[in-house]
Design a protein around this ligand. Structure first.
Ligand code: PLP
Length: 424
């Protein structure tokens, strides 16, 4: 590196200082980021809702349909074998990505929501009964609340939620108190989509296991931002959505420890999940197919694998360091604006900046920012209990991905200035 380049790197911040993370090169991989919105360059800060897709993912989808399309696990012909190979290759990619012990522990599902519903239906219905308890936290996404509520209602069980403090952190002592002899399962988000709080999942899993309680981790907001090792975490289930980690919609992963998955009844019945069927008796297929009834989202899995390869190629530790730097910059800049209140100020945070401006309705914030080509999310972010905890109906939320820049944060700050002008 030349002295000039090193100097430039030092000025731009630590993530770029070693020439390791070239955000402009990364941006060039995402066709949609080159778009103008309402005549302004797109500033996409709604990554917690869904992420944009790199060329590598788009190409993988096109290539699959142009060169390999066929049904999997059935045909003896060339294309079916090729599609099966690519689909199963995608499963091994997901296995490596999470460091699961075996590809059989990777179940392809539609996304986080379906993954949690699968566990609630299959594991939940066979292990949770009247008087039992399921323990979650006060910062869960609705998809890690409602399936447990439905299960508890059906079984006469009780759903408990551990409270969070004013910074949006789990109150660990309260969680430990609620983890009692009746608790049969813990469900916890790795990173909160509404607050950005990073939960101490390793510590939570250790405590739950010391009381023989299995733990499901909702990793939807974690996998795009940091490396995850399910064996190091020792979690029992881990779920995430492809579309939030730069892959296609309609595909996601449920990881489960094989001993648990083996003992669980199937979730849906149909083709592919059976070994033999007569009208008297059906013998179920082995893992992971027992949980993958019907034709799967073949292209989705292949696209997801391309996305996981893409971020692994860049390096999740580098992504985490870079995003941390941008989030700190954004937090400083946005909280310095008069009248701005940050919602979610946990010590450990990733990816998310939720805020309010005076008493301006978040919807109006979103609309004015949109006029400047800035995409953020406004509303309750599928986490109404979090809004209730802070006594607010909604927030404006800017959420980051690896391709966001400090210049985009500057644009957000200027946009918030416009909002303040309009509502002065
Ligand atoms: C988005 C999200 C979900 C739901 O994911 P889907 O892709 O809609 O199934 C669940 N939990 C968290 C933390 C999320 O951010």
């Amino acid at each position: 590196m030349t002295t000039a380049a090193r100097k430039l790197g030092a000025e731009r911040g630590p993530a770029l200082a070693h020439g390791e993370f070239d955000v402009q090169r990364i941006r060039a991989d995402f066709p949609i980021l080159q778009k103008k919105i309402r005549g302004k360059p797109l500033v996409y800060l709604d990554n917690a809702a869904t992420s944009q897709k790199p060329r590598a993912v788009i190409d993988a989808l096109v290539r699959y349909y142009e060169e390999s399309n066929s049904n999997v696990h059935r045909g003896v012909h060339y294309l079916s074998e090729r599609a099966t190979e690519e689909f199963e290759g995608a499963r091994r990619t997901a296995q490596r990505f999470l460091n699961a012990a075996s590809p059989h522990e990777i179940i392809f599902v539609r996304g986080t929501t379906e993954g949690i519903n699968l566990v609630a239906h299959s594991y939940g219905r066979s292990h949770i009964g009247a008087g039992d308890e399921v323990l979650i936290t006060g910062m869960e996404h609705h998809s890690n609340i409602v399936p447990w509520q439905m299960l508890c209602k059906e079984k006469g069980a009780t759903l408990r939620a551990a409270p969070i403090n004013d910074d949006g952190e789990l109150i660990f002592e309260e969680f430990a108190k609620l983890l009692g002899p009746k608790t049969r399962l813990v469900g916890i988000t790795h990173i909160s989509n509404a607050l950005g709080t990073v939960n101490p999942v390793r510590k939570i899993i250790e405590l739950a296991h010391s009381r023989n309680v299995p733990v499901l981790v909702d990793g939807a907001q974690a996998v795009p931002h940091q490396s995850v090792d399910v064996q190091a975490l020792d979690c029992d289930f881990y779920v995430f959505s492809g579309h939030k980690v730069f892959g296609p919609t309609g595909i996601g992963v449920l990881y489960g420890k094989s001993a648990l998955l083996e003992a669980m009844p199937p979730y849906q019945g149909g083709g592919d999940m059976i070994r033999s069927v007569t009208f008297e008796k059906t013998v179920y297929n082995h893992l992971p197919y027992k949980f993958e009834a019907g034709t799967p989202d073949i292209s989705g899995a292949i696209g997801l694998a391309a996305a996981l390869d893409y971020i692994t190629g860049i390096g999740l530790d580098k992504i985490a360091a870079y995003e941390h730097d941008v989030l700190e910059y954004a937090t400083r800049a946005v909280s310095a604006i008069p009248g701005v209140r940050l919602i979610g100020t946990a010590r450990e945070k990733a990816g998310v900046l939720s805020f309010l401006i005076g008493d301006v309705h978040p919807h109006d914030i979103g609309t004015i920012l949109d006029q400047q080509g800035i995409a953020i999310r406004t509303g309750h972010h599928c986490s109404q209990p979090v809004m209730e905890r802070f006594n607010i109906p909604a927030t404006a939320r800017a959420s980051l991905a690896l391709y966001n820049t400090k210049e985009e944060i500057d644009a957000l700050v200027r946009g918030i200035g416009k909002v303040r002008e309009v509502f002065a």
